[in-house]
Each structure stands twice: as structure tokens, then as C-alpha cells.
Write a protein that binds this ligand. Structure first.
Ligand code: PLP
Length: 407
């Protein structure tokens, strides 16, 4: 048996490096697997190593080193994740965080000061509402809320010189409302504010906010990007180096960094993002259509339905409509609770964007912190995160639960 170990300097390993011409015009599917970095330079490993080191040897005091000093500041596995995320959102810089909330907190904490004002959607994710209303308001940040698709309402809320950013979710969690990213970016910029888009629901496979004029993209990578309900993570992606450096400074100062293993798991999930979200979008559209025909269902919220008030905007801004559906029950809160408790393939759980289908009652689960406020979703609203089980099985599971209401 010949020994093939080691590197032959005259025949270097043939790798597809991040600068390869073939990647410049590559599609999303290809970039999700090859974008940002190639095989490991030291060994040719096609999967990046998990560098667990908390600290890195330095050649001499004051001498340049290989780019890493201490694991809070930077870690090579985390760098690989950041390189790939930057490519997928068509940004210049990505910064990985240990959760979506940590990412959002770093953006708001870096860009806002006491006395500043921000605008958020009136059905923003409950955790973002809690961060702004219960944490940052104590530090002197004020906010206004509106459906962000209504540009006149947003304009009325702007306080010239004081409004630092508009925080957009599109589609929103849980009402799947849309906002026109391009129009919001123009409005924000004309007032000297920035547009931040939480792109968690769409993922960069369906929507790239920076290309539409947004300044900063935020993700809960816990969801579609990682995609397997096995890691909590977040990310910030942007093009402006100065703001990127300021967010990195904030991160290094406050210490919210993801572990190397979490970065690796997220990278592993990202490679199949396109096939997962494509299939989830197809199944969700079919389920949403079925739900509209059932008498127990009052209203279906899904941007892929022609009846969605912003369907045309969704079709223009997104390449598919995603795997999230919400619907209200004609029988009210009790019927909604019954459906959540009766399904068998859908798992009753918070979170979204993974391979297994999840069902939840937002008002009592993900959005409990909004209860009693104008941000509270309807009590009879059920939210579905459509996974990768067969569309037929998911349909019969849901229909079975709907048919048994009042039974
Ligand atoms: N943004 C949206 C739209 C979310 O749905 C979530 C979590 O559900 C977050 C942000 C927060 O992310 P994480 O749970 O990773 O902190």
C-alpha cells in the first residue's frame, strides 16, 4: 500500500478557493457550499476544523501573528461561518453571535445612545419587543411602532435627528406581514436613519435585504440557516466597514460570542439551506391553500396566497414565500388550543425553520411578553413552521386536528 499522506509541493491540492472566477457568477446553492472559503489550507479537509483553542501562540511581543490572539476576539471556525454568511447575504462583513437576540442587542447597543429613537413593526418578534421596551427603554431609548408596509405611518413616527434606525422584519413573526425594504431604505436614508432588517423568516435564500437598500441584516441563525433545532445562534451582516468594526468592538467588549462548535453546526446546516427552504416553501403553499378551504379556519396568513394583502410585494421581493404560516380559528382561542394539542406530526414547540414541523400558539408561547400590549397577536392565532415531512402527512395531521374541534 503506497503512503499517500503529506503534501507534494509540486502537486498542491487542487482547491476551489474563495476568489475563484467560477464562484463570481455562481448561484446561491453553490455559494452555500463553496462561498467565502475553500478546503482547509493546512490539510485539505473539505470541512472546516473546529478550533477549540481559547488562546493562540504569538511569535514575539509586538510581532504580527496569524490573526488570532484570544477566542473572545476571534476564532478560526467562527471566521469561516462569518465568511460564508457575508457571501450569502452579499455583504462585506458578517459577525456571528451566540443568539439572534445577542445580535440584535449588539446592533442597537452600538448604534443607539440615550435619547435616541427607533421605529419597530407593530407585530415585531416578542423577544425584540421585550429587548426594546423592557431593557433598552430603561437606558433612554424610545420607540414608535407601526405596520411598516404603511410608509405614511412610518413617516409620521420619524423624529428628525432623533430616529436612528428603522428595525424591519419582513415577513413578520407571527402575522407574516410584509414591508417594502427598498422603499423603507429610501425613507430611512432621507431622514438620516439606517434600515436594519431581521431576515430570519425569509433567510438569504429567499430575500437579500442589502441588495434592496438595507444597511444591516440581522439573523437568528437558530432558525433556517442552521435548520436542525440543535443550535442557538445569531448574526449581523453589513457592508459598512466602520459600523462593522464598531459592532465587533461592542462584541469584544461585552463578550457575546458563539462557541466554535456552534459556529461549525451552523455552517453544516447552511450547506442545505436552499434545498430545505425550497421544499418547505412548496409544502407551506400547499398547506396554506388547504387551510383556506376549511370551515374551522377563520383566516390564513401566508404571503404566497393571492389573497394576502401584500402578495405582489412578496412576489417581487422574495424568490419563494417561505415555510411559515399563521391562521386564526373560527372557534376562537379554545379551538386554537385544541388544534395545537391534537396534532401528532407537528410538534408543539417554540422556534421555527428546522426539518421537523412545529406548531405554536404565539400569544401564550413565543409572544407571551407582548400580552396586554398593542403588540399582542390574536388569542386564536396558530403558527406553523413547516418542516420536511411529506406534504400529504402534514395535511392529514392538520385536517384531523381541525375536524376534531368540538368533538
Ligand atoms: N428574530 C426573529 C424573527 C425570531 O423569530 C427570533 C426567535 O424566535 C429572534 C429574532 C431571536 O433569535 P434567538 O432565539 O436565536 O435569540
Amino acid at each position: 500500500m503506497s503512503d499517500t499522506r503529506g503534501t507534494d509541493a509540486t502537486h498542491p491540492v487542487r482547491t476551489l478557493g474563495p476568489e475563484a472566477d467560477v464562484l463570481k457568477a455562481a448561484s446561491f446553492e453553490t455559494l452555500a457550499i463553496h462561498g467565502g472559503f475553500g478546503p482547509d489550507e493546512a490539510t485539505g479537509a473539505v470541512v472546516p476544523p473546529i478550533y477549540t483553542a481559547s488562546t493562540f501562540a504569538q511569535d514575539a511581543v509586538g510581532q504580527p501573528h496569524a490573526g488570532y490572539e484570544y477566542g473572545r476576539t476571534a476564532n478560526p471556525t467562527r471566521t469561516r461561518l462569518e465568511e460564508r454568511l457575508a457571501v450569502l447575504e452579499n455583504g462585506q462583513t458578517a459577525i456571528a453571535f451566540p443568539s439572534g437576540m445577542a445580535a440584535g442587542d449588539a446592533v442597537l447597543g452600538t448604534l443607539c445612545q440615550p435619547g435616541d429613537h427607533v421605529i419597530i413593526p407593530n407585530d415585531v418578534y416578542g423577544g425584540t419587543y421585550r429587548l426594546v421596551d423592557k431593557v433598552l427603554r430603561r437606558w433612554g431609548l424610545s420607540y414608535g411602532a407601526a405596520p411598516l408596509v404603511d410608509l405614511d405611518r412610518v413617516r409620521e413616527l420619524i423624529r428628525p435627528g432623533q430616529t436612528k434606525l428603522i428595525w424591519c422584519e419582513t415577513p413578520t413573526n407571527p402575522l407574516l406581514a410584509l414591508a417594502d425594504i427598498n422603499a423603507l431604505a429610501s425613507l430611512a436614508h432621507s431622514e438620516g436613519a439606517l434600515l436594519v432588517v431581521d431576515n430570519t423568516f425569509a433567510s438569504p435564500y429567499l430575500q437579500r435585504p442589502l441588495d434592496l437598500g438595507a444597511d444591516i441584516v440581522v439573523h437568528s441563525t437558530t432558525k433556517y440557516l442552521a435548520g436542525h433545532s440543535d443550535v442557538i445562534g445569531g448574526a449581523v451582516i453589513l457592508r459598512d466597514d466602520a459600523i462593522g468594526d464598531a459592532i465587533r468592538f461592542h462584541q469584544n467588549s461585552t463578550g457575546a460570542v458563539p462557541s466554535p462548535f456552534d459556529a461549525w453546526l451552523t455552517l453544516r446546516g447552511i450547506q442545505t439551506l436552499a434545498v430545505r427552504v425550497s421544499q418547505q416553501s412548496a409544502t407551506a403553499l400547499s398547506l396554506a391553500r388547504t387551510l383556506t378551504t376549511h370551515p374551522a379556519v377563520e383566516r390564513v396568513y401566508y404571503p404566497g396566497l393571492e389573497t394576502h394583502p401584500n402578495h405582489e410585494l412578496a412576489a417581487r421581493q422574495m424568490s419563494k414565500f417561505g415555510g411559515m404560516i399563521s391562521f386564526t380559528l373560527a372557534g376562537g382561542e379554545d379551538a386554537a388550543i385544541h388544534v395545537c394539542n391534537s396534532v401528532q406530526i407537528f410538534t408543539l414547540a417554540e422556534s421555527l425553520g428546522a426539518v421537523e414541523s412545529l406548531i405554536s400558539l404565539p400569544l401564550q408561547m413565543t409572544h407571551a411578553s407582548t400580552s396586554g400590549s398593542e403588540f399582542a397577536p390574536p388569542a386564536n392565532l396558530v403558527r406553523l413552521s413547516v418542516g420536511l415531512e411529506s406534504a400529504e402527512d402534514l395535511t392529514s395531521d392538520l385536517i384531523g386536528a381541525l375536524e376534531s374541534i368540538g368533538g
